[in-house]
Design a protein around this ligand. Sequence first.
Ligand SMILES: Cc1ncc(COP(=O)(O)O)c(C=O)c1O
Length: 409
Amino acid sequence: MKDNYYLDNAATTWPKPESVYEFMDRFFRDCGVSPGRAGHQMGVEAEMMVTQTRHLLAEFFGFNGDPHRVVFTQNATDSLNTAITGLIEPGDHMIITRLEHNSVLRPANHLERDHNVSVSRIGRDAYGYIDPEDIEDALRENTRVVVVNHASNVFGSVQDIERIGNIVRKSDAILIVDTCQTAGVLDIDMDRLGIDVLVFTGHKGLFGPMGIGGMIVGEGINIRALRVGGTGVDSISPFQPDVYPYHLEAGTLNLPGIAGLNAAQKWFAEMGRDLAGETMNKLSHKEACRTALAEIHRVEVTHINRLASAFRATGGVTVHGPIGNDQPRVATLSISLRGLPADQVGAMLDADFEVCVRPGLHCAPDAHEDEGTVPINGTVRFSPGYFTDGEDIDRAIEGISTLCREAAA
Ligand SMILES: Cc1ncc(COP(=O)(O)O)c(C=O)c1O
């Protein structure tokens, strides 16, 4: 028996690949110094690792522009605040969806309330899908920004970014995509999909630690710097340099976090090469990672399908979100149980079955308002990861069927 059955990977993936722990530890010990700035050998080595990570991520996300436009931040929340607030002016209009996380909703709400920005909020269907045409209909002449959550962190539904990108491309608006739930699970091609600003967080599917995230700012897009300060370059200038990444990277970077992302990128590529039986390193980083992501997604969706069919067969359980195999999804599944408050179910799963899930609103209140799950404090969310095994799934099924039986008695 395990101590814990961890099914909360949509919050944070755990565990990480062993090489991530090892490289973070080794790099921090051997070279944990300020990248670049001092000009000494150790600083140069740290800077080289940071630059290599920008290159790896640019390729991973299908960005063909200058890798210096891969900007490191604290997390997706930091990136989304910077991108949204740094692009919008008073009097502008923005479009978001009702599936967004509070890291989008709250910046939008504050801009609307305090800075004369108008906001359109696009609804979704019963399974958690946005109709791209609704975005087209909502576009106005003064629409500056469209923000879309690639996959819902409540339902796991994946939006058709290619169609949305084609629509937004025809307007003057900038498309920001929140890839928190898809990066490291689905192959994303920023340029092909028409994404102008791609936001990522490090600690979920990208298998980095907490406290590191970032964004890729498409060529020609300029985000106003919200935080200004030391960059280690152009120090004589009284103002923040315009040059990327410094424009949006004031202050010392999270070097151990970037080392984690670096090792994880190499882990994806190595896995892809192994799967492809490749010995000559002929596959590009992108091609190797694409192979790995297909396998990761396959493994995770197999787990979620097992959970979903067991839960559907359990009387008293409501499964929210996608139902059909043809509906694009990631491995995040929300359920509710005989009208019981979600936090109560989560606490019982933890206490009696050592199953770690996430009950609640998942920082996406509009999604729950539309689903009618606010009165029961949201849903109980199961999110297997690549390192989940059959025992974790068995335990979760056992826990839910036991709780259902007890609630019915
Ligand atoms: C869809 C989505 N967007 C944004 C975030 C915020 O990520 P972070 O807490 O790393 O800033 C999350 C995290 O739960 C998320 O799932």
